[in-house]
Design a protein around this ligand. Structure first.
Ligand SMILES: [Zn+2]
Length: 411
């Protein structure tokens, strides 16, 4: 077991590097104010971080009468991480640097009905090829993060649900991919990853006290950040926004409840509603195949923003159901900020944002005290994969802000 003083030093280093990373550019004096550490401590830790290549001095600030302050920044190219978003229809790989900047994206075939062992072996080959193609120094790679739909068990690094397919339930994903790649592998749910990705790549003085990133891909979830740290609940499965029941007598949901947000608002629900409209099927040339739900949804979303009234009606209906869930989530958590993220919002995100904003203004319990802002994420279709890279970067570089309920050998 580590000695207490070593732990304290590790935490201080983690705090300092996170302070520099989140500010973008900052002087030692400002860093002392932001972290609450003494200037002497900052000076020692920064010197070591510069020696390790993690931090660089990039110039001098404007003089305010005294000595000009040296400005610090993280050395973005010093570390790299791979993020993977694992889904039935599509697997995406992203390569990011220490600041979360995306260097490359690679899209590969989804998991479909293949055995998890075969998909994991393919993934290991893809990762090796990906890193080789971009000439990344293997020493600079901190690991691989995997974003997957929940439920999952972070304590053992396994999936526990039906996505991306039933064979994945109980498959030792983290351990198997670690053995195949020789890299640290961490798994978390896609909404949490998306939230983390936005937090890591957005530069601001202080995070909002309580924020939620609503992530919509095949399903709908929410990643919750409290003071910029992920809220993990008891088992890393919080924020199941898609499984708030809106109608106790509604259609059966795969989760076991009835009338869930996901049953009414998800892209596959929109696709199914479109398939019941013969006029839309004909005009958008829609095809009835469950594996093309995402494409059907995209066709409807594209038509909606191009002025097709029937398509717009379906997207607005989805947005209202989702909005009802988000109002509930806001009331439960007293949220300050909602970020809409993921492939479900990349085309018709403005319609969702506008509808949800109106519902929050009219319907939150605390609206007389503060408003809840709604924004669209800048991370686009690969938000979860970018966030997965962030997950492993945070765990390895600034562990003070990461969860510790990971697999025992996940160090
Ligand atoms: Zn449900």
């Amino acid at each position: 077991m580590k000695r207490e003083s070593t732990r304290s030093a590790d935490r201080t280093r983690s705090l300092v590097i996170d302070g520099i990373r989140s500010a973008g550019e900052i002087s030692r004096v400002e860093l002392a104010t932001r972290t609450g550490l003494t200037e002497a401590t900052i000076s020692t830790v920064v010197r070591k971080a510069i020696d390790d290549g993690l931090v660089v001095e990039i110039g001098h600030g404007v003089s305010t009468g005294g000595k000009r302050r040296t400005i610090l920044a993280v050395n973005s190219s010093a570390r790299h991480a791979v993020g993977v978003s694992l889904a039935r229809s599509r697997i995406a790989l992203v390569l990011t640097d220490l600041s979360g900047e995306v260097i490359a994206v690679r899209e590969t075939e989804g998991a479909r009905d293949a055995h998890p062992s075969a998909v994991t072996e393919r993934l290991a080959r893809e990762i090796a090829h990906f890193l080789g193609a971009h000439k990344v120094d293997p020493e600079s790679v901190v690991g691989v993060g995997i974003a997957s739909p929940g439920p999952l068990d972070c304590a053992v690094g396994e999936l526990r649900g039906l996505q991306p397919g039933p064979l994945w339930r109980g498959f030792a994903l983290e351990e198997r991919l670690e053995n195949l790649t020789g890299l640290k592998v961490l798994l978390d749910n896609d909404a949490t990853c998306a939230a983390l990705g936005d937090y890591w790549t957005t530069r601001r003085d202080a995070p909002p006290p309580v924020a939620a990133t609503v992530y919509m891909a095949d399903g709908i979830g929410a990643g919750i950040l409290v003071d910029g740290r992920v809220f993990h609940g008891s088992s890393s499965n919080p924020g199941e926004l898609g499984h708030i029941s809106l109608d106790i007598n509604g259609p059966q949901c795969h989760c076991g409840a009835q009338g869930c947000v996901e049953v009414f608002a998800s892209p596959s629900a929109v696709a199914a509603a479109a398939m019941r409209n013969p006029g839309l099927v004909a005009s958008l040339e829609l095809s009835d195949d469950p594996d093309v739900d995402r494409r059907t949804f995209e066709a409807v979303a594209t038509a909606a923003i191009s002025g097709n009234k029937a398509a717009r009606g379906l997207i607005e209906a989805s947005a209202r159901y989702l909005g009802a869930g988000i109002v509930t989530l806001s009331n439960l958590l007293d949220l300050d900020e909602i970020l809409l993220s993921g492939p479900g919002f990349t085309t018709a995100g403005e319609i969702y944002a506008e509808t949800i904003h109106g519902m929050l203004q009219r319907g939150t319990f605390m609206r007389g005290i503060h408003s809840v802002t709604v924004k669209l994420s800048d991370l686009g279709v690969d938000a979860a994969a970018i966030g997965a890279a962030t997950l492993v970067m945070q765990h390895q570089i600034t562990p003070h802000s990461a969860i510790n309920s990971r697999r025992v050998n996940a160090t």
